[in-house]
Design a binder for this molecule. Sequence first.
Ligand code: NDP
Length: 288
Amino acid sequence: TRPPVTVLGLGAMGRALAETFLVQGHPLTVWNRTPGKADDLAAKGARVAPTPAEALEASPVTVVCLLDYGTVHEVLDPVAGALAGRTLVNLTNGTPRQAREAAGWAAGHGADYLDGGIMAVPPMIGGPGAFVLYSGSRPAFTAHEGTLGGLGDAHFLGEDPGRASLYDLALLTAMYGMFGGFFHAAALVDSAGEPVSEFAPMVVRWLTAMLGGLPEMARAHDERDLSDAASNLEMQATAYVNLLDVSRDQGVSTELAEPLGALLRRGVAAGFGAGPVSSLITLLKENS
Ligand code: NDP
């Protein structure tokens, strides 16, 4: 038999987590501010706790998936007395600072604490593409790895409770950069009167090819290797002006594209023109 689990928060993600625990045979207790959201889970065998305190008391481990850390504190602060001797796994999106504060708060109430970042959308939970980042209490991760691994590949990033959040937010930053690029590209094609859905497969092909270059950019950055000039920064800064010009010509907003153009110009001015475009990482980090 699988160990009992509690899930606090039954939004789109919390419901996917809860559903997966049920399917995998864990005795499940759930709580949500709006009670109706637990009805389908109850029909499948979940116990619906009337209060957060009773939900915590039902299981040795509680997975929290609420809107933000303000909500986590709003729900858990009044019932912190029920945390002693239990494990709290907080999968709510937040910053490293919020994660470290929550870890200190949980330790102060005698709980083992894991912070986490879910790298999946709800339909992916429990499937092969999902992964979840964890950091904080190593004993808690070891004890509950079997349970947590059912949600998606479980990666433990060490005992700094903020590390999972850092990686989560960095991965989301990369994702939004990609989304932003696609949105601008789609607006360009649409503004020429062409359907975006016919263009999309080409975007996937191109981005997939470019993704293959990221590890080499990372290596060049880590080793401060400025030698690769196959696609030098100044050439890219020059070509970039054309994509801004076509946007203006077709009445497409340049609000997403302008900042990278400015950064490329800063790279040229800083003397990085002949080297790889990945020297922009250094410019961003040093922020000067
Ligand atoms: P939803 O907006 O679907 O759900 C929000 C949840 O928070 C609900 O359970 C809601 O309860 C609860 N909530 C909000 N305010 C309060 C409050 N004041 N008191 C008590 N409960 C409250 O969000 P998701 O489920 O999609 O996201 C949950 C977390 O998971 C977020 O931190 C999100 O960033 C993260 N996440 C989401 C992903 C996604 O694709 N959905 C992907 C990866 C991470 P009620 O039902 O009563 O409104």
